[in-house]
Design a protein around this ligand. Sequence first.
Ligand SMILES: Cc1cc2nc3c(=O)[nH]c(=O)nc-3n(C[C@H](O)[C@H](O)[C@H](O)COP(=O)(O)OP(=O)(O)OC[C@H]3O[C@@H](n4cnc5c(N)ncnc54)[C@H](O)[C@@H]3O)c2cc1C
Length: 397
Amino acid sequence: MKPSTAIVVGGGIAGCSTAYALAQRGIQVTLFERNETIASEASGNPQAMLYPRLSGDDDASRFALESYLYSLAFFKWLNLNPDDIYICGMLQLGFNPRELARIQKVAAQNHAENILKYVNSDEASNLAGIDLPHDALYFPDAAWVNPQQLCKRLTTHENISVNTLTNVISILKNKDLFEIYSDGKLIEKADIVIIANANEAQNIGINLYLKTQAVRGQVSVLDATSESNQIKTIICSDGYLSPAANNQHCLGATFSTDNMSNEIDEEDHQANLFKLKSFSLPLYENLKNNIKGGRVSFRCTSFDYFPLVGKLLDNAILKAKPPRPNATPENLPYVNGLYINVAHGSRGFTSAPYCAELLAQIICNEPISMNVEFAALMNPSRFVLRKLGLKRLAKMI
Ligand SMILES: Cc1cc2nc3c(=O)[nH]c(=O)nc-3n(C[C@H](O)[C@H](O)[C@H](O)COP(=O)(O)OP(=O)(O)OC[C@H]3O[C@@H](n4cnc5c(N)ncnc54)[C@H](O)[C@@H]3O)c2cc1C
């Protein structure tokens, strides 16, 4: 049976797109966000690039491509303000022998040209609007979005109520309803709860064995020059540069699991600038003194890099009474009505909307129109099930 009411914890792209997918099905959603505004942590960068990073015909590449195509179509359908989504295409450069081999391997899979195509350095330069000394993969529909405006659009819905400045401390199940507590007070009840608060999912009073890691990232904002204003596409090596919007570029991003500081780090700006050298030396020279600011936030990444999406198990019961190896998913001790959508790593703006739709289909007992293999790969209990020797169950939903 479809639930009537839902609580979503976390107002990033995962929480906002999940709230939207449920609200579209007539469910009354209350979303809680601890900050003053939604989209203010990992989902709060000035721009988010929409493109897949592919390496071949492996699960990760197939998921990256399918979720990218889904989310692009979804964002077009949302009819965002033209200032908030810019479909400019993206060039992924074969900037060293390893990357060249990778893009050639992807190109050899004969994807349709409206999805991606291999271009030589002359063609890449024409598309980019500046000289690039590398062959590239060109994704004509790749885009950037304005994360805050996207999240606002998703949650501006008659069935969604957004409560900011509310830090959810604990979730309890009392008979058939979930109770949400903040500051020692009961603040809301609902039929179901969706945990979408990224790295904080482990800290809301539920015994979850998620195996996630915070990965710090810094983006740099650069003033454009007359030369860099010619850039027409997103350009990527091991980092990305967006075409100028309001005379500024977004250049990203760093990765660190050691440094957990929220402060902007000058060395990280230099590391971002260094990535420009692999695009083209003249571009680096042109932009190297133009850093005007930046932003630090933390990705939430799982140990196998797939998101954690689906219904949650009661780990205490699971550990006390482990199921037999021949058990089926129906034999597992699910907490009826408790779900999760986290660990979107570096690609949340393409993976989270896809996962939100998948989760809504699971919650509402609809036929799954998304790829069921991906749903199994994202089983949020896979790490605890593997630890208990139940590898077969870890690959099922
Ligand atoms: C530097 C950098 C650059 C990136 N660039 C790109 C890009 O170009 N394209 C792309 O697709 N992805 C990019 N990513 C990844 C993307 O930003 C993330 O995958 C995505 O934002 C994750 O969304 P989320 O909703 O899971 O997490 P978040 O955006 O972190 O949202 C979680 C929310 O939960 C809230 N919360 C936490 N605990 C509680 C609580 N107890 N109660 C209430 N609220 C709570 C937080 O305040 C937060 O708002 C980048 C990431 C970084 C760090």
